[in-house]
Design a protein. Structure first.
Length: 481
């Protein structure tokens, strides 16, 4: 564990890694690789070029999971500016809202997103059009003017229930979470991390980009998840660490059944970003012969709160809290968090920031759950999604997980709908696999011996589900009447 833990800023921690691992590969992607020293030199060069544009304090980054994302992120920090990673799956009006909310006048992106950006921002810097040779002639950027508690990154939440909020994460927030993850997992410079998660997502930023860059690991970046390519890279690049969404593991398991890649060097398979269905974790262990480790977190906690790394994984648990992270269960069942990883607040939203914390300073996660006697966390679902039907608490996630076990179902969502007699009742929405048809009654019959009668949805609608920018079902677009 670094002696300077929590007392440095990201550029200083990266510089320490560069000094120690100068000639080692920092980032590899299908195009080429960069050593730590080369990436550092490019980042300083990029900072100098950026400063000639005189950008505002917050600089947008609109890029896929490629080595240039890390370069751009570090360049913005070296210019003493704040990087704002932006989801490239957003619609133009959504992008415009974020640019205006964050006061962004400069965005670094790729020509592939030219149509999305349009005229939304005065300065659009396209990577393909940069002249790095000219940039090399610029003076070195001035020393970074940042302190541990200054904002290091603004990450916008997906906004599945309304307008996205800019989460303010400090250098201390992000570095403390990196250090806690390192202490819990034992990941070190001998590991090779494969990253497929989008880097506009907190899970991707912290676990698959910052952690390897700071610890001295090699990072493998793949801009688009494809299960066959993931297995190829795990085998050929001798990867040891992989973090992904449960839905990705579902596809990866199917592909491994077909081709049987040699993954003997893989040590950690980590799932997060969304609930891990039992059928996915069980299927994964059957095929890969090892456990899929479930983590829990949120953007507001930088993001990792807990992860189950025990020798005997506890079903449906996301493990105990990370070192330096405190978790408690409130009287109403809400999971609350305190620690150096907890955000500074929401950008330009003082009222929502105040509402996010209890009077004694704990972050309200909005998740309901419990802890066992060993401190292992179990999540029941989101408080805002809880359905109260005739006094009975119904957690949509429980129903959704069972619906997803039906062989014809690709994805499922459950919400509460008004009911004169019971107050609320669950209503299901199901998207079948492509080319497959399924009747609502078939699904209700499937649930009868698996759920109490009051939990079975009154109606089940078979349709295409609305998916938000981070790949989760956008429940606000589902009917509730």
């Amino acid at each position: 564990m670094p002696e300077t833990r929590g007392a440095m800023v990201i550029t200083e921690r990266f510089a320490a890694a560069v000094e120690k691992f100068s000639d080692r590969t920092a980032i590899w992607d299908p195009e080429r690789s960069w050593t730590f020293s080369y990436l550092s030199a490019l980042a300083r060069q990029g900072a100098s070029a950026l400063l000639t544009l005189n950008p505002s304090d917050n600089v947008g980054i609109l890029l896929p999971t490629i080595r240039e994302f890390a370069l751009t992120y570090l360049s913005v920090l070296h210019a003493s500016k704040v990087p704002v990673p932006i989801n490239f799956l957003l619609q133009p009006n959504e992008l415009k809202f974020i640019l205006q909310d964050a006061g962004i006048d400069t965005i670094i992106t790729s020509t592939r997103f030219r149509d999305l950006i349009g005229f939304s921002v005065p300065n659009a810097v396209y990577l393909e059009e940069l002249d790095w040779s000219a940039g090399a002639m610029l003076e070195s950027p001035p020393p970074v003017e940042a302190k541990p508690d200054d904002v290091a990154t603004i990450l916008y939440t997906s906004g599945t229930t309304g307008k996205p909020k800019g989460v303010l994460l400090s250098h201390r927030n992000l570095l403390s979470n990196v250090d806690s993850c390192i202490e819990a997992t034992g990941i070190n410079q001998d590991d090779v991390s494969l990253g497929v998660l989008p880097l506009f997502h907190s899970f991707g930023i912290t676990v698959t980009m910052l952690l390897p860059l700071i610890e001295g690991c090699e990072s493998i970046f793949l801009p688009q998840f494809a299960p066959d390519k993931v297995l190829d890279l795990m085998e050929s690049r001798k990867c040891t660490v992989f973090a992904a969404l449960p839905s990705m593991y579902r596809l990866l398991t199917r592909m491994q059944v077909k081709r049987k890649a040699d993954l003997s060097r893989m040590h950690w398979f980590i799932a997060g970003g969304e609930p891990l269905p039992a059928m996915v974790s069980e299927g994964f262990k059957k095929v890969f012969g090892t456990d899929l480790r479930e983590g829990y977190g949120m953007t507001e906690t930088s993001p990792v709160i807990s992860i189950d790394l025990s020798d005997e994984v506890r079903p449906r648990s996301c493990g105990p809290a990370l070192p330096d992270v405190e978790v408690r269960i409130a009287d109403d069942g809400e999971i609350q968090v305190k620690g150096p990883n907890v955000m500074l607040g929401y950008h330009n939203r003082p009222d929502e920031t105040k509402a996010a914390f209890t009077e004694d300073g704990w972050l309200r996660t909005g998740d309901l759950g419990y802890m066992d006697d060993d401190g292992y966390i179990f999540i029941n679902g989101r408080a805002k999604d809880l359905i109260i039907s005739a006094g009975e608490n119904i957690f949509p996630g429980e129903i959704e997980e069972i619906l997803a076990e039906h062989p014809k179902v690709l994805a499922a969502a459950v919400i509460g709908a008004p009911d004169e007699k019971r107050g609320e009742v669950p209503v299901g929405y199901v998207q079948p696999h492509e080319g497959v048809e399924v009747e609502p009654q078939e699904l209700q019959d499937f649930l009868k011996d698996k759920l109490a009668p009051f939990k079975i949805p009154r109606e089940i609608h078979v349709r295409q589900l609305p998916i938000g920018p981070t790949g989760k079902v956008a429940k606000r677009f589902l009917e509730t009447n």
